[in-house]
Design a protein around this ligand. Sequence first.
Ligand code: NAP
Length: 247
Amino acid sequence: MKTVLITGCSSGFGLEIARYFLDRDWRVIATMRTPREDVLPRSDRLSILALDVKDPQSIRAAIDAAGPIDVLVNNAGIGFLNALEGTPMDTVREIFETNTLGTIATAQAVLPQFRERGEGVIVNVTSTVTLRPLHLLSVYTASKSAVNAFSGSLALELEQFNVRVRVVLPGRAPSTRFGENARTRMTAGFPEPYAELVQQIFANWEKETTVTHASDVAQAVWLAATDASSPFYIPAGEDAVEWYNAR
Ligand SMILES: NC(=O)c1ccc[n+]([C@@H]2O[C@H](COP(=O)([O-])OP(=O)(O)OC[C@H]3O[C@@H](n4cnc5c(N)ncnc54)[C@H](OP(=O)(O)O)[C@@H]3O)[C@@H](O)[C@H]2O)c1
C-alpha cells in the first residue's frame, strides 16, 4: 500500500487531496498545524499529524512519526493581496517562510528516504498566478514562482535516484478558506492611491465565470503522484487550463 503525506489538510485543497487518496486505498498522513480528527472520514489508513511548515522541529517530528512515505504533497500555503506599498516586510517574510521556505524544508526532510529507496514523488502546489502577472499579488506570486524555479532544478538533481518532482498549478478557487485566511493578514487596508485599482480588480473578479474546484486539484495531484509520464507542470481547474494553454 502506498503512502502520501500532505501538508495543510485542515481545509481546502489539502483536505480534498486527503479524501481523494483515502478513497483510492492509499495510506494517508494528513498533516495540519492544529490537528483535527473531525474533518476526514475515520479510516485505519488515515493518520493525522501536527505539522507547521514554518517550524523545522515540527517538520522533523512529523516525518519521523509518519514512517516510510511514497509521495509528499507540499500544499500548505497562505495568500495575501495588496500593493507592495501596503505590504509590511513582516508579512513578506511570513509569506515566503510558509509558501517557499516551508516547501523547501519539507522536501528536504523527505529526501534521504526517497534517495535511499530509489523511489518517491514530490508534488508542489503553486498557482497559475506564476504564469501571468496579476495586479496586487507581487509578493504572493514571487513566493510561488520561487517554488516553480526550485522544483525545476530539484527535479534534475533527483532524476538519478528515480525521484520525481511535479508542480500543480491551481487557478482561482473561491470555495476554499484561502481568501478568508488571507484577509486575516490584510486588516490594514489598501493604500489610498491604489483604491481605484483595487476596485477595478475586485469588479473584474466578479465577472469571471470559470474557477477551480478542490476536486480539480485533487485529480491533478493524483496524476502527478501516480503517473510517471505526467508533465512537470499540471494546471488544475478550468480557468487554470485556459491560462496554461494561452501562456
Ligand atoms: N484558493 C485559491 O484560489 C488558490 C489558487 C492557487 C493556489 N492556491 C494554493 O493552494 C494551496 C492550498 O490553498 P487552499 O485554497 O486550499 O486554502 P486554505 O483553505 O486556506 O488552505 C490552506 C491550508 O494551509 C495551511 N497552512 C497555512 N500555514 C501553514 C503552516 N505554516 N504550516 C502548515 N499548514 C499551514 C492552512 O492551515 P490552518 O488551518 O492552520 O491555517 C490550511 O490547511 C496553497 O498553497 C495556496 O497558495 C490556492
